[in-house]
Design a protein around this ligand. Structure first.
Ligand code: ADP
Ligand code: MG
Length: 311
């Protein structure tokens, strides 16, 4: 048994083309290990293959080739145990309108063979803030409540690994905060969390480690901190004593006059030092009223890694 929550080797998925469409290889041989206990982010542009990967983990999509282990259980050799180890909150709202939240959880628990004595629907409903709605008609639930119910359903069999596909896409700030809080709590209680998101600030805030996929290939896999550090570009923002008419130019430093009157100077740390940047500012006759530095964001790393790639 491995120590990883998820271990993927050589994962390939080719969708057969329908109605004369060509076939589509959505995953082109992905290797990925996700450690136990982490909050792991799977990022990538639209169509990168994130949902395909997650749906394979969930057992909803059949892989074309490769090996998948969940909590040490090989999907092909121990399908039952591997399925029991993972819970998935899907991207789409696919709820049965005829069940109340409590009813939906009971059905889900039945599907996973959780004995009545070991069910804990009330605790789960409390966790996601649906205790007041436990017996409400599904059609009276708001969109946000339905999303919380999807999370609740993913938890009925107490999985080791919880996978959330775009959990906060299109939800309001209040619900997003609540989902983040739920995710953090579950992780503190020992659950490994995997989430996809296209909100990079969400990944930056929530995830210890990140994998970036693009066109079915893994293009980066590192701790969030290392990914950010990897980006060599750095920006100093200078507020001049007297307003500038135009940004001074020099080789090796990209300059931009911003609408607030500040001058942004972007340079590569491996080529230029902050000292050299400041020397250039002074040599341009600018006296500095205020100075701050801007750290790179995941957004920049992401663009640097995915922008120039072709199919
Ligand atoms: P993501 O979740 O990163 O946006 P997906 O995994 O949904 O990406 O899709 C990856 C690629 O596979 C896309 O090009 C998509 O059009 C294609 N794809 C996804 N599902 C199917 C399917 N059921 N049949 C054919 N092609 C699909
Ligand atoms: Mg998707």
């Amino acid at each position: 048994m491995t120590q990883d929550a998820i271990s993927i080797e050589g994962l390939v998925k080719t969708y057969r083309g329908s109605k004369g469409e060509p076939e589509k290889t959505a995953l082109k041989g992905v290797d990925l290990a996700i450690p136990r206990g982490s909050v792991f982010g799977l990022l990538g542009p639209n169509g990168a293959g994130k949902s395909t990967l997650i749906n394979i983990l969930a057992g909803l999509v059949k892989k074309t080739a490769g090996k998948v282990q969940i909590w040490g259980f090989d999907q092909d050799i121990n399908p039952r145990q591997s399925r029991a180890s993972i819970g998935v909150m899907p991207q789409e709202l696919n709820l049965d309108p005829f069940f109340s939240p409590r009813g939906a959880l009971e059905v889900q628990a039945g599907l996973y063979g959780v004995p009545k004595s070991q069910r804990h629907s009330d605790d789960i409903l409390r966790l996601v803030g649906l205790e007041d709605k436990a017996d409400a008609y599904a059609r009276t639930l708001s969109g946000g409540m339905r999303r919380r119910l999807l999370l609740a359903k993913a938890l009925v069999h107490r999985p080791h690994v919880l996978v959330l596909d775009e959990p906060t896409a299109g939800v309001d700030i209040e619900l997003r905060q609540m989902l983040w809080q739920n995710i953090r709590q579950l992780n503190r209680d020992g659950m490994t969390i995997i989430l996809t998101t296209h909100y990079l600030e969400e990944a930056e805030e929530m995830c210890d480690e990140i994998a970036i996929i693009d066109h079915g290939d893994l293009v980066a896999r590192d701790s969030t901190a290392n990914l950010l550090e990897r980006l060599d570009a750095k920006t100093l923002v200078v507020h001049p004593e007297t307003p500038l008419i135009e940004a001074p130019r020099t080789k090796g430093i990209e300059t931009e006059l911003r609408v607030d009157g500040s001058l942004a100077l972007t340079y590569r740390r491996q080529v230029t030092s902050a000292e050299q940047v400041l020397d250039f500012v002074r040599a341009s006759g600018i006296s500095i009223r205020d100075l701050r530095s801007e750290e790179p964001h995941l957004q920049d790393v992401f663009l640097a890694l995915t922008a120039s790639r072709q199919d």
